[in-house]
Design a protein around this ligand. Structure first.
Ligand SMILES: *[C@@H]1O[C@H](CO)[C@@H](O)[C@H](O)[C@H]1NC(C)=O
Ligand SMILES: *[C@@H]1O[C@H](CO)[C@@H](O)[C@H](O)[C@H]1NC(C)=O
Ligand SMILES: *[C@@H]1O[C@H](CO)[C@@H](O)[C@H](O)[C@H]1NC(C)=O
Ligand SMILES: *[C@@H]1O[C@H](CO)[C@@H](O)[C@H](O)[C@H]1NC(C)=O
Ligand SMILES: *[C@@H]1O[C@H](CO)[C@@H](O)[C@H](O)[C@H]1NC(C)=O
Ligand SMILES: *[C@@H]1O[C@H](CO)[C@@H](O)[C@H](O)[C@H]1NC(C)=O
Ligand SMILES: *[C@@H]1O[C@H](CO)[C@@H](O)[C@H](O)[C@H]1NC(C)=O
Ligand SMILES: *[C@@H]1O[C@H](CO)[C@@H](O)[C@H](O)[C@H]1NC(C)=O
Length: 472
């Protein structure tokens, strides 16, 4: 079993920004591709998902924020106004940004929007399909919400590799703390652990009271209304900070059809481990007798049973002909003693290469197996250690420091000394250090990145700005 320590993945998110791939392509938006215009107002709103009133980040007053629903090749023009009291930066997780690649919403390529200011992003969702989400990328604001869904639909001329679902349901699951994000941020900056989350939210709401001694009274929970016999596409995103969650729906199969922008070989699962940052689409058929409502569960993985009771989200699946409320114990998740379950499940997912539009790789080939790999990087992380008296995690023994001059500006105007293009392609036998050390990518090259987790907790990476494919 893996000990639970959210600290390392937090600062890890910071250090992973050093994977600044210089492999950027320019694509010209085709005239004729439609434009969608969105106006988003980012502000604090007050909610009490776990019964404790707290300030979260809402988009247009909503938590979770509005869904960006577009179709392959559409152009999105998004005017975002920051009404927070500090800079805000939003990243379009999974979108490839092949036009205006610097608008990917991470420090280094993209400046934050100062408080009281607005900024208009414009990019094309070129050659993409799938389910993604956006979220804040700096200042630990992700722990306060600010997220929402992104749907990229197939163009009409490209058929779905399954029958058109009867409905589309968006689910966000996340670990959650009742402390505000600024307090959590300070805890981390002081070198302390965040401790165990206070709960798991389903679409920004606390758990259904499935057990009176575990869930307090008066919590508003999520209820998903469905019609018997219909099949829904359920898009599930883990938008949390560091907790891997097992997602399941009582008595219902989850037919996996898509993940991270690729259609998969279709397979049934009774539950799915969804790690931080991951997005999955399942087809779920309402094929049960509705003798009662059904539980939808997202429970923490790799924790003790006591912790899991607390760190479990529960929503309700309600058939229109339901005979009563859900009761009794929650459906079981995977056997926690089965150390390899999660890895084996991930490996059971196969890309359906004949589904959807063919997407050539940047070397112009449709054959991914024949790619010429130009660079190989082994990125190794270890438990946090003290560097100059500060507790930090590292990649290849380097803890990334964001420079005051943005990387892209430094590059554009040849400002010396802002960054170094010397990020090592493997672990170096030298003490850990702070640095602004960047990968020297090869233009139009193909980089193989191998992650080696030498920590004792699960790590998740935000691979930003370009097309990444899991190959092993
Ligand atoms: C997204 O937009 C399409 C039309 O472009 C519509 O058919 C679909 O219902 C919308 N989906 C959601 C989840 O809003
Ligand atoms: C700010 O928003 C206004 C409209 O509210 C818009 O006209 C202007 O272009 C926006 N500015 C930027 C930099 O996006
Ligand atoms: C893969 O996609 C093709 C094309 O849409 C579809 O016909 C086929 O059923 C899919 N295969 C599996 C195993 O899901
Ligand atoms: C509620 O949870 C407690 C603590 O885990 C357990 O002892 C009890 O049996 C549960 N009650 C029901 C009705 O399941
Ligand atoms: C998945 O399970 C459903 C029942 O819930 C069944 O009808 C369907 O045939 C299964 N599909 C696959 C590909 O196993
Ligand atoms: C409905 O399904 C449940 C679970 O499969 C079963 O236990 C129950 O007896 C069924 N009820 C009716 C009225 O068919
Ligand atoms: C980066 O790589 C290019 C060629 O791949 C090379 O010419 C250049 O010297 C490298 N820059 C540094 C700072 O190592
Ligand atoms: C990483 O872990 C492996 C396996 O436990 C160990 O052999 C190796 O020395 C570790 N490397 C570092 C740099 O800590």
């Amino acid at each position: 079993m893996l000990p639970y320590s959210p600290y390392s993945s937090i600062s890890f998110l910071l250090s992973s920004l050093s994977i600044f791939a210089a492999v950027l392509l320019v694509d010209v938006a085709l005239a004729g591709d439609p434009f969608v215009y969105l106006d988003w107002d980012v502000s604090y709103i007050s909610v009490s998902p776990l019964g404790v009133k707290q300030q979260v980040i809402g988009i247009n007053g909503q938590f979770p924020g509005p869904v960006m629903n577009v179709t392959t090749n559409w152009n999105a023009v998004m005017n975002i106004r920051n009404n927070l009291d500090e800079p805000f930066l939003v990243t379009w997780n999974g979108l490839q940004q092949r036009k205006n690649s610097w608008q990917d919403g991470v420090l280094g390529t993209n400046c934050p929007i100062p408080p009281g200011w607005n900024w208009t992003y414009e990019f094309q969702v070129k050659d993409q399909i799938g389910s993604f989400f956006y979220c804040p990328s700096i200042n630990f604001q992700k722990a306060a919400g600010g997220y929402g869904g992104i749907i990229v639909n197939n163009r009409d001329v490209i058929p779905l590799p399954f029958g058109t679902p009867d409905g589309d349901i968006m689910i966000f699951i996340s670990d959650w703390y009742t402390k505000g994000y600024k307090e959590l941020r300070k805890t981390l900056e002081d070198g302390n652990d965040l401790g165990i989350p206070d709960g798991v939210l389903f679409n920004g709401l606390g758990p259904y009271r499935y057990n009176e001694s575990i869930v307090p009274d008066g919590i508003t929970y999520e209820k998903i209304n469905v019609e018997p016999g219909k099949t829904y596409r359920i898009r599930v995103h883990n938008v949390g900070i560091s907790t891997s969650l097992n997602f399941r729906i009582q008595n219902h199969n989850l037919l996996l059809v898509e993940t991270e922008g690729s259609y998969t070989v279709q397979q049934n699962y009774t539950n799915m481990d969804i790690h931080v940052g991951q997005s999955y689409s399942f087809l779920v058929t309402m094929d049960q007798n509705a003798s009662s409502d059904y539980y939808m569960v997202a429970s923490a993985r790799f924790v003790s049973p006591d912790t899991r009771n607390r760190v479990t989200g529960v929503a309700i699946l309600h058939y229109s002909n339901s005979q009563g409320s859900a009761s009794g114990p929650l459906p079981d998740g995977p056997d926690e003693a089965d150390t390899y379950f999660s890895m084996n499940q991930a490996r059971s997912i196969r890309w359906n290469v004949s589904a959807g539009a063919a997407r050539p790789n940047p070397q112009g080939s449709f054959r991914y197996g024949d790619i010429t790999v130009t660079d190989v990087y082994v990125l190794l992380n270890k438990p946090a250690e003290l560097i100059n008296g500060q507790l930090r995690t590292t990649l290849n023994a380097i803890s990334y420091v964001a420079p005051s001059t943005p990387l892209k500006l430094a590059q554009q105007f040849n400002v010396p000394g802002v960054y170094k293009l010397d990020f090592p392609n493997r672990m170096m036998n030298r003490p850990a250090k702070f640095d602004t050390s960047i990968i020297n990518g090869t233009y139009k090259g193909f980089t193989e990145i191998i992650f080696q987790n030498n920590d004792s907790t699960v790590q998740s990476y935000h691979m930003d700005g370009y097309a990444f494919f899991v190959v092993g």
